[in-house]
Design a protein around this ligand. Structure first.
Ligand code: PAF
Length: 280
């Protein structure tokens, strides 16, 4: 496992040699604190490429509150151990002064895709993600890049970003990894107590599945969704940020449920959980 902590000449030479040798390079961008969801992305990347690069960079531009940034877990040592076990080829861990050399002016955004769902309550978050991903794609120039479909909105706008700006990689989504209860894996699950995790949180995936069944059964989607929202609140969620049906490309639902997904973000106390599933 080779570790590079800046976009150095050595890193550029290494990547150029791989490209000249016709090797397929895959990138898995992360912010560290790796869990099995990330490791699934790495395994998928390994299957499809000759050389896997994992970036670990806690991107300050995607945090709305500096407090969240400061409290983001730093588990570099453990992350490196896990990546070594998975036989990842290269880890890129730039620091933020290097990555965003001052003065820095650039912004990247795709408002049509970044202002709905999670973007509605966190307006600076997705532009921050779009910026870091543009820079990482330009620096590493991967052939493939892997993202979890749990963050489906992020996956969609990054795919569009790569297309719009002619960035090198083909962007691929990897299915959400779930616990036996249906709960999607997330580092935020660690902030739930035993009862919340076992009894309340799994209701999120159950709600999505029952909405999917009801829509396929021909019910009115607005009525189905508002009933499911009330059920979530009754089952112990204290706030539902959104529960929405959209087409796969994030446009408004047009009744074609074969190409539509259901999206949810809801709170158990202070813990915000998100999930989404395809209807078919
Ligand atoms: O999903 C994440 O972990 C981050 O948003 C990403 C894609 C690594 C960008 O910082």
């Amino acid at each position: 496992l080779e570790i590079f902590n800046k976009n150095s000449t050595e890193l550029k030479t290494k990547l150029k040699q791989l490209s000249q040798a016709g090797k397929v390079v895959a990138l898995v961008p992360t912010m560290g604190a790796l869990h099995s969801g990330h490791l699934t992305l790495v395994s998928e990347a390994k299957k499809c490429s000759d050389y896997v690069v994992v970036s670990i960079f806690v991107n300050p531009k995607q945090f709305e509150r500096s407090q969240d940034f400061d409290s983001y877990p730093d588990r570099l040592e453990n992350d490196l151990k896990l990546l070594k076990e998975l036989q990842v080829d290269l880890v890129y861990t730039p620091n933020s002064e290097e990555f965003y050399k001052q003065p820095f002016f650039c912004e990247v955004n795709l408002p049509a895709l970044t202002t709905k769902l999670c973007g509605a309550t966190r307006p600076g978050h997705f532009p921050g993600v779009a910026l870091v991903i543009t820079k990482l794609f330009n620096q590493i120039k991967p052939d493939l890049a892997f993202f979890g479909l749990k963050d489906y909105q992020q996956y969609v706008f990054i795919k569009q970003l790569a297309k719009d700006l002619d960035l090198t990689p083909e962007v691929r989504g990897v299915d959400t990894v779930r616990e036996g209860s249906g709960l999607a894996l997330s580092s935020r699950n660690l902030n739930l107590n035993e009862e919340q995790r076992k009894k309340i949180a799994p209701e999120l995936h159950k709600a999505l599945s029952s909405i999917a069944t009801a829509i396929k059964g021909g019910g009115d989607h607005n009525e189905i969704v508002s009933k499911a929202k009330q059920d979530l609140l009754n089952s112990g969620f204290n706030k539902v940020d959104y529960l929405e049906v959209l087409q796969d490309d994030l446009s408004d639902y047009n009744g074609d449920y074969r190409h539509a997904r259901i999206f949810v973000a809801a709170y158990i106390d202070q813990v915000r959980l998100i999930d989404n599933i395809a209807i078919c």
